[in-house]
Design a protein around this ligand. Structure first.
Ligand code: EPU
Length: 339
Protein backbone atom coordinates (compact mmCIF):
# COMPACT_ATOMS: atom_id res chain seq x y z
CA UNK A 1 0.00 0.00 0.00
CA UNK A 2 3.06 2.22 0.28
CA UNK A 3 1.77 4.00 3.39
CA UNK A 4 3.83 6.55 5.28
CA UNK A 5 3.08 7.65 8.80
CA UNK A 6 3.38 10.92 10.72
CA UNK A 7 4.28 12.97 7.66
CA UNK A 8 5.05 16.71 7.47
CA UNK A 9 2.27 18.36 5.43
CA UNK A 10 3.88 21.81 5.21
CA UNK A 11 5.35 21.14 1.74
CA UNK A 12 1.93 19.92 0.54
CA UNK A 13 -0.16 23.01 1.33
CA UNK A 14 0.56 26.29 -0.44
CA UNK A 15 -0.36 28.27 2.68
CA UNK A 16 2.68 26.47 4.18
CA UNK A 17 1.07 25.95 7.57
CA UNK A 18 2.92 23.47 9.73
CA UNK A 19 0.78 20.36 10.27
CA UNK A 20 1.35 16.63 10.31
CA UNK A 21 -0.67 13.85 8.73
CA UNK A 22 -1.11 10.56 10.62
CA UNK A 23 -1.04 8.47 7.40
CA UNK A 24 -0.06 9.45 3.84
CA UNK A 25 -0.09 7.65 0.51
CA UNK A 26 0.72 8.76 -3.02
CA UNK A 27 -1.80 7.50 -5.52
CA UNK A 28 -0.21 6.99 -8.93
CA UNK A 29 -2.63 4.29 -10.15
CA UNK A 30 -6.38 4.34 -9.72
CA UNK A 31 -6.24 0.64 -8.78
CA UNK A 32 -4.51 1.57 -5.50
CA UNK A 33 -7.61 3.33 -4.23
CA UNK A 34 -9.93 0.46 -3.18
CA UNK A 35 -7.31 -1.03 -0.84
CA UNK A 36 -6.41 2.36 0.65
CA UNK A 37 -10.07 3.17 1.16
CA UNK A 38 -10.66 -0.18 2.85
CA UNK A 39 -7.74 0.52 5.20
CA UNK A 40 -9.18 3.94 6.09
CA UNK A 41 -12.60 2.41 6.70
CA UNK A 42 -11.23 -0.43 8.86
CA UNK A 43 -9.19 2.01 10.95
CA UNK A 44 -12.02 4.61 11.03
CA UNK A 45 -9.68 7.26 9.59
CA UNK A 46 -11.01 10.47 8.05
CA UNK A 47 -9.72 11.18 4.53
CA UNK A 48 -7.98 14.21 3.12
CA UNK A 49 -7.78 14.06 -0.65
CA UNK A 50 -4.86 16.22 -1.68
CA UNK A 51 -4.24 17.73 -5.12
CA UNK A 52 -1.99 20.79 -5.35
CA UNK A 53 -2.85 21.78 -1.77
CA UNK A 54 -3.64 25.28 -2.97
CA UNK A 55 -7.16 25.58 -1.58
CA UNK A 56 -6.97 24.06 1.89
CA UNK A 57 -6.36 25.41 5.38
CA UNK A 58 -5.15 22.87 7.92
CA UNK A 59 -6.11 24.17 11.33
CA UNK A 60 -4.19 21.43 13.14
CA UNK A 61 -2.55 18.04 12.58
CA UNK A 62 -4.70 15.74 10.45
CA UNK A 63 -5.52 12.52 12.31
CA UNK A 64 -6.51 10.48 9.24
CA UNK A 65 -5.24 9.29 5.86
CA UNK A 66 -3.95 11.82 3.33
CA UNK A 67 -4.36 10.57 -0.24
CA UNK A 68 -2.10 12.54 -2.55
CA UNK A 69 -3.56 12.17 -6.03
CA UNK A 70 -0.67 11.85 -8.48
CA UNK A 71 -2.49 10.26 -11.42
CA UNK A 72 -1.11 11.50 -14.73
CA UNK A 73 -2.01 11.33 -18.42
CA UNK A 74 -3.83 13.25 -21.13
CA UNK A 75 -5.80 11.54 -23.90
CA UNK A 76 -7.50 13.11 -26.89
CA UNK A 77 -10.67 10.99 -26.85
CA UNK A 78 -12.38 12.25 -29.96
CA UNK A 79 -13.04 15.31 -32.10
CA UNK A 80 -15.66 16.71 -34.45
CA UNK A 81 -15.85 19.78 -36.70
CA UNK A 82 -16.00 22.15 -33.74
CA UNK A 83 -14.54 20.43 -30.69
CA UNK A 84 -11.85 18.30 -29.14
CA UNK A 85 -12.61 16.12 -26.12
CA UNK A 86 -9.56 15.82 -23.91
CA UNK A 87 -9.51 13.44 -20.94
CA UNK A 88 -7.03 14.46 -18.25
CA UNK A 89 -5.98 12.56 -15.14
CA UNK A 90 -6.70 14.27 -11.82
CA UNK A 91 -3.06 14.63 -10.73
CA UNK A 92 -1.98 16.74 -13.71
CA UNK A 93 -1.05 20.32 -12.88
CA UNK A 94 -3.78 22.74 -14.06
CA UNK A 95 -1.54 25.45 -15.51
CA UNK A 96 0.66 22.91 -17.33
CA UNK A 97 -2.55 21.54 -18.88
CA UNK A 98 -3.55 25.06 -20.01
CA UNK A 99 -0.12 25.51 -21.64
CA UNK A 100 -0.40 22.11 -23.32
CA UNK A 101 -3.81 22.98 -24.81
CA UNK A 102 -2.56 26.34 -26.08
CA UNK A 103 0.41 24.65 -27.76
CA UNK A 104 -1.86 22.12 -29.46
CA UNK A 105 -4.54 24.56 -30.62
CA UNK A 106 -7.25 23.26 -28.30
CA UNK A 107 -8.87 26.54 -27.29
CA UNK A 108 -10.99 27.54 -24.29
CA UNK A 109 -8.72 27.41 -21.25
CA UNK A 110 -6.74 30.62 -21.93
CA UNK A 111 -8.59 32.73 -19.32
CA UNK A 112 -7.87 30.05 -16.71
CA UNK A 113 -4.08 30.34 -17.07
CA UNK A 114 -1.88 30.27 -13.97
CA UNK A 115 -4.54 29.03 -11.55
CA UNK A 116 -2.66 26.96 -8.98
CA UNK A 117 -3.71 23.41 -8.24
CA UNK A 118 -4.48 20.12 -9.92
CA UNK A 119 -6.97 19.09 -12.60
CA UNK A 120 -8.90 16.90 -10.17
CA UNK A 121 -9.48 19.83 -7.83
CA UNK A 122 -10.78 22.10 -10.60
CA UNK A 123 -14.39 20.83 -10.64
CA UNK A 124 -14.75 20.84 -6.85
CA UNK A 125 -14.92 24.62 -6.66
CA UNK A 126 -15.64 25.15 -10.37
CA UNK A 127 -12.48 27.24 -10.78
CA UNK A 128 -13.01 30.49 -12.59
CA UNK A 129 -11.23 33.67 -13.62
CA UNK A 130 -11.59 36.58 -16.04
CA UNK A 131 -15.09 35.67 -17.17
CA UNK A 132 -14.64 31.92 -17.68
CA UNK A 133 -15.44 29.02 -15.36
CA UNK A 134 -14.52 25.36 -15.59
CA UNK A 135 -18.18 24.51 -16.23
CA UNK A 136 -17.96 26.30 -19.61
CA UNK A 137 -15.55 23.65 -20.94
CA UNK A 138 -16.57 20.70 -18.78
CA UNK A 139 -17.91 17.49 -20.36
CA UNK A 140 -17.77 14.89 -17.57
CA UNK A 141 -15.62 13.44 -14.80
CA UNK A 142 -14.80 10.05 -13.35
CA UNK A 143 -14.59 9.54 -9.62
CA UNK A 144 -14.10 6.66 -7.22
CA UNK A 145 -16.96 6.23 -4.78
CA UNK A 146 -15.36 6.24 -1.32
CA UNK A 147 -17.97 3.87 0.14
CA UNK A 148 -17.83 1.20 -2.56
CA UNK A 149 -14.47 1.74 -4.29
CA UNK A 150 -16.37 1.69 -7.62
CA UNK A 151 -15.80 4.05 -10.54
CA UNK A 152 -18.69 6.45 -11.19
CA UNK A 153 -19.27 9.15 -13.83
CA UNK A 154 -20.81 12.61 -13.52
CA UNK A 155 -21.93 14.91 -16.31
CA UNK A 156 -22.11 18.69 -15.93
CA UNK A 157 -25.71 18.73 -14.68
CA UNK A 158 -24.94 16.10 -12.07
CA UNK A 159 -21.99 18.18 -10.84
CA UNK A 160 -24.41 21.06 -10.05
CA UNK A 161 -21.81 23.74 -10.74
CA UNK A 162 -22.27 27.22 -9.30
CA UNK A 163 -19.99 30.15 -8.49
CA UNK A 164 -17.01 28.50 -6.69
CA UNK A 165 -19.37 25.63 -5.95
CA UNK A 166 -20.40 22.11 -6.98
CA UNK A 167 -21.93 18.89 -5.69
CA UNK A 168 -18.45 18.02 -4.37
CA UNK A 169 -18.61 20.87 -1.84
CA UNK A 170 -22.14 19.94 -0.75
CA UNK A 171 -23.93 16.58 -0.79
CA UNK A 172 -20.99 14.86 -2.50
CA UNK A 173 -18.37 16.23 -0.14
CA UNK A 174 -15.91 13.52 0.97
CA UNK A 175 -17.97 10.91 -0.91
CA UNK A 176 -15.98 10.82 -4.16
CA UNK A 177 -12.37 10.99 -5.29
CA UNK A 178 -12.12 12.59 -8.70
CA UNK A 179 -9.72 10.64 -10.91
CA UNK A 180 -10.19 12.21 -14.35
CA UNK A 181 -11.85 15.17 -16.01
CA UNK A 182 -12.91 15.35 -19.67
CA UNK A 183 -12.93 18.82 -21.23
CA UNK A 184 -14.65 19.99 -24.41
CA UNK A 185 -12.31 22.40 -26.17
CA UNK A 186 -12.71 24.45 -29.32
CA UNK A 187 -11.12 24.28 -32.78
CA UNK A 188 -11.99 27.92 -33.49
CA UNK A 189 -11.04 30.45 -30.82
CA UNK A 190 -13.90 32.14 -29.02
CA UNK A 191 -12.18 34.84 -27.00
CA UNK A 192 -13.66 36.34 -23.86
CA UNK A 193 -11.92 39.60 -23.06
CA UNK A 194 -14.60 41.69 -21.40
CA UNK A 195 -13.15 41.53 -17.87
CA UNK A 196 -11.84 45.10 -17.27
CA UNK A 197 -8.29 44.33 -16.10
CA UNK A 198 -7.84 41.80 -18.93
CA UNK A 199 -9.07 44.24 -21.57
CA UNK A 200 -6.67 46.83 -20.22
CA UNK A 201 -3.71 44.43 -20.43
CA UNK A 202 -4.60 43.66 -24.07
CA UNK A 203 -5.23 47.18 -25.30
CA UNK A 204 -2.03 47.36 -27.37
CA UNK A 205 -3.26 44.51 -29.62
CA UNK A 206 -6.11 45.24 -32.08
CA UNK A 207 -9.15 43.09 -31.24
CA UNK A 208 -9.21 41.42 -34.68
CA UNK A 209 -5.58 40.30 -34.29
CA UNK A 210 -6.00 38.76 -30.82
CA UNK A 211 -5.18 35.07 -30.37
CA UNK A 212 -5.88 32.71 -27.44
CA UNK A 213 -2.15 32.73 -26.70
CA UNK A 214 -2.24 36.54 -26.34
CA UNK A 215 -5.13 36.17 -23.91
CA UNK A 216 -3.31 33.46 -21.95
CA UNK A 217 -0.20 35.66 -21.71
CA UNK A 218 -2.26 38.69 -20.62
CA UNK A 219 -4.04 36.66 -17.93
CA UNK A 220 -0.62 35.60 -16.60
CA UNK A 221 0.53 39.24 -16.55
CA UNK A 222 -2.58 40.45 -14.71
CA UNK A 223 -2.45 37.61 -12.20
CA UNK A 224 1.27 38.11 -11.55
CA UNK A 225 0.72 41.82 -10.92
CA UNK A 226 -1.85 41.21 -8.16
CA UNK A 227 -1.58 37.70 -6.82
CA UNK A 228 1.42 36.52 -4.82
CA UNK A 229 3.24 33.45 -6.15
CA UNK A 230 2.58 30.74 -3.54
CA UNK A 231 6.11 29.40 -4.09
CA UNK A 232 7.56 32.60 -2.61
CA UNK A 233 4.76 34.01 -0.44
CA UNK A 234 2.52 31.23 0.90
CA UNK A 235 -1.20 31.79 0.14
CA UNK A 236 -4.34 30.07 -1.16
CA UNK A 237 -5.51 32.77 -3.59
CA UNK A 238 -8.77 34.49 -2.70
CA UNK A 239 -9.54 33.73 0.93
CA UNK A 240 -13.23 34.70 0.64
CA UNK A 241 -15.88 34.28 -2.01
CA UNK A 242 -17.38 37.40 -3.54
CA UNK A 243 -20.68 37.69 -1.62
CA UNK A 244 -24.14 37.75 -3.16
CA UNK A 245 -26.55 40.36 -1.80
CA UNK A 246 -30.18 41.24 -2.51
CA UNK A 247 -31.05 44.30 -4.61
CA UNK A 248 -32.40 46.31 -1.64
CA UNK A 249 -29.23 45.83 0.38
CA UNK A 250 -27.13 46.61 -2.69
CA UNK A 251 -28.93 49.91 -3.32
CA UNK A 252 -28.59 50.93 0.28
CA UNK A 253 -24.85 50.04 0.28
CA UNK A 254 -24.30 51.90 -2.97
CA UNK A 255 -25.82 55.06 -1.48
CA UNK A 256 -23.52 54.85 1.51
CA UNK A 257 -20.43 53.75 -0.45
CA UNK A 258 -20.16 55.34 -3.88
CA UNK A 259 -17.70 53.37 -6.03
CA UNK A 260 -18.82 50.01 -4.62
CA UNK A 261 -17.72 47.37 -7.17
CA UNK A 262 -20.50 44.96 -8.14
CA UNK A 263 -21.61 42.51 -10.83
CA UNK A 264 -25.29 41.96 -11.71
CA UNK A 265 -26.34 38.32 -11.23
CA UNK A 266 -30.11 38.25 -11.82
CA UNK A 267 -33.13 40.49 -11.29
CA UNK A 268 -32.87 40.24 -7.52
CA UNK A 269 -29.17 39.65 -6.76
CA UNK A 270 -25.85 41.42 -7.13
CA UNK A 271 -22.36 40.08 -6.46
CA UNK A 272 -20.00 42.41 -4.60
CA UNK A 273 -16.21 42.53 -4.96
CA UNK A 274 -15.13 41.36 -1.51
CA UNK A 275 -11.61 42.70 -2.16
CA UNK A 276 -13.05 46.20 -2.51
CA UNK A 277 -15.03 45.90 0.74
CA UNK A 278 -11.99 44.59 2.62
CA UNK A 279 -9.69 47.28 1.23
CA UNK A 280 -12.18 50.07 2.07
CA UNK A 281 -12.54 48.69 5.58
CA UNK A 282 -8.82 49.39 5.97
CA UNK A 283 -7.39 45.89 5.84
CA UNK A 284 -5.14 46.00 2.77
CA UNK A 285 -1.53 45.35 3.78
CA UNK A 286 -2.41 44.80 7.46
CA UNK A 287 -0.13 42.32 9.25
CA UNK A 288 -1.02 40.26 12.34
CA UNK A 289 2.04 38.43 13.61
CA UNK A 290 3.26 36.34 10.68
CA UNK A 291 0.02 36.56 8.69
CA UNK A 292 -0.96 39.41 6.38
CA UNK A 293 -3.57 40.84 4.04
CA UNK A 294 -1.84 41.06 0.65
CA UNK A 295 -0.87 44.62 -0.27
CA UNK A 296 -1.92 44.28 -3.95
CA UNK A 297 -5.17 42.33 -3.46
CA UNK A 298 -7.06 42.49 -0.18
CA UNK A 299 -8.95 39.27 -0.91
CA UNK A 300 -5.73 37.30 -0.49
CA UNK A 301 -4.26 36.41 2.90
CA UNK A 302 -0.59 35.53 2.95
CA UNK A 303 1.47 33.54 5.41
CA UNK A 304 5.07 34.71 4.92
CA UNK A 305 6.08 33.63 8.42
CA UNK A 306 4.59 30.14 7.97
CA UNK A 307 2.29 30.59 10.94
CA UNK A 308 -0.28 27.99 11.98
CA UNK A 309 -3.61 27.52 10.23
CA UNK A 310 -5.29 28.72 13.43
CA UNK A 311 -3.45 32.06 13.17
CA UNK A 312 -4.52 32.50 9.54
CA UNK A 313 -8.12 31.67 10.48
CA UNK A 314 -8.01 34.13 13.38
CA UNK A 315 -7.15 36.97 10.98
CA UNK A 316 -9.86 35.79 8.56
CA UNK A 317 -12.37 35.85 11.43
CA UNK A 318 -11.36 39.40 12.38
CA UNK A 319 -11.92 40.49 8.78
CA UNK A 320 -15.29 38.71 8.61
CA UNK A 321 -16.48 40.52 11.75
CA UNK A 322 -15.27 43.85 10.45
CA UNK A 323 -17.06 43.42 7.08
CA UNK A 324 -20.26 42.30 8.81
CA UNK A 325 -20.15 45.35 11.11
CA UNK A 326 -19.25 47.84 8.37
CA UNK A 327 -21.49 46.62 5.52
CA UNK A 328 -23.84 44.00 7.00
CA UNK A 329 -22.32 41.50 4.55
CA UNK A 330 -21.40 37.95 5.50
CA UNK A 331 -18.15 36.72 3.94
CA UNK A 332 -17.72 33.01 3.31
CA UNK A 333 -14.29 31.37 3.25
CA UNK A 334 -13.27 30.12 -0.18
CA UNK A 335 -10.69 27.42 0.68
CA UNK A 336 -11.71 24.23 2.46
CA UNK A 337 -10.91 24.43 6.15
CA UNK A 338 -9.90 21.19 7.91
CA UNK A 339 -10.70 21.93 11.56
N1 EPU B 1 -10.57 45.38 -5.63
C1 EPU B 1 -10.23 46.41 -4.78
N2 EPU B 1 -9.29 46.16 -3.81
C2 EPU B 1 -8.69 44.96 -3.67
C3 EPU B 1 -9.05 43.91 -4.52
C4 EPU B 1 -9.99 44.14 -5.51
O1 EPU B 1 -10.74 47.51 -4.86
O2 EPU B 1 -7.85 44.84 -2.78
C5 EPU B 1 -11.51 45.65 -6.71
C6 EPU B 1 -10.77 45.70 -8.06
O3 EPU B 1 -10.28 46.98 -8.32
C7 EPU B 1 -11.85 45.28 -9.01
C8 EPU B 1 -12.70 44.31 -8.21
O4 EPU B 1 -12.43 44.58 -6.84
O5 EPU B 1 -12.64 46.38 -9.37
C9 EPU B 1 -12.40 42.86 -8.55
O6 EPU B 1 -11.03 42.58 -8.31
P1 EPU B 1 -10.24 41.46 -9.13
O7 EPU B 1 -10.39 41.67 -10.59
O8 EPU B 1 -8.87 41.39 -8.59
O9 EPU B 1 -11.05 40.14 -8.83
P2 EPU B 1 -11.70 39.54 -7.49
O10 EPU B 1 -13.19 39.65 -7.62
O11 EPU B 1 -11.06 40.11 -6.31
C10 EPU B 1 -12.05 37.15 -8.50
C11 EPU B 1 -11.69 35.75 -8.16
C12 EPU B 1 -10.21 35.49 -8.49
C13 EPU B 1 -10.03 35.72 -9.98
C14 EPU B 1 -10.44 37.15 -10.34
C15 EPU B 1 -10.45 37.40 -11.82
C16 EPU B 1 -13.14 35.08 -6.35
C17 EPU B 1 -13.26 34.76 -4.90
N3 EPU B 1 -11.93 35.47 -6.76
O12 EPU B 1 -11.29 38.00 -7.65
O13 EPU B 1 -9.96 34.13 -8.22
O14 EPU B 1 -8.68 35.51 -10.36
O15 EPU B 1 -11.80 37.40 -9.87
O16 EPU B 1 -11.51 36.71 -12.41
O17 EPU B 1 -14.12 34.97 -7.09
C18 EPU B 1 -9.19 32.64 -6.48
O18 EPU B 1 -10.32 32.13 -6.50
O19 EPU B 1 -8.31 32.21 -5.71
C19 EPU B 1 -8.90 33.76 -7.37
C20 EPU B 1 -7.73 34.40 -7.33
Amino acid sequence: MNLQTDIDLQPYNTLAVPARGAYYAEVTEREQLPELLRFARDEALPLLVLGGGSNIVLERDFPGLVLHIRLTGKTLLTEDRHHYWLKVAAGENWHELVQFTLEHGYWGLENLSLIPGSVGAAPIQNIGAYGVELKDVFERLEAVDVASGELVEFNADECAFGYRDSLFKRGGRDRYIIVSVTLRLLRQPHLKVTYPSLREALQSIPVEALTPKDVGRAVCTVRQSKLPDPMTIPNVGSFFKNPLVGLDQFMELQMRHPGLVSYPIDARHVKLAAGWLIERAGWKGVQRGSVAVHSEQALVLTNPGRASGAEVLALAEEIRHSIAAEYGVDLEAEPRVYP
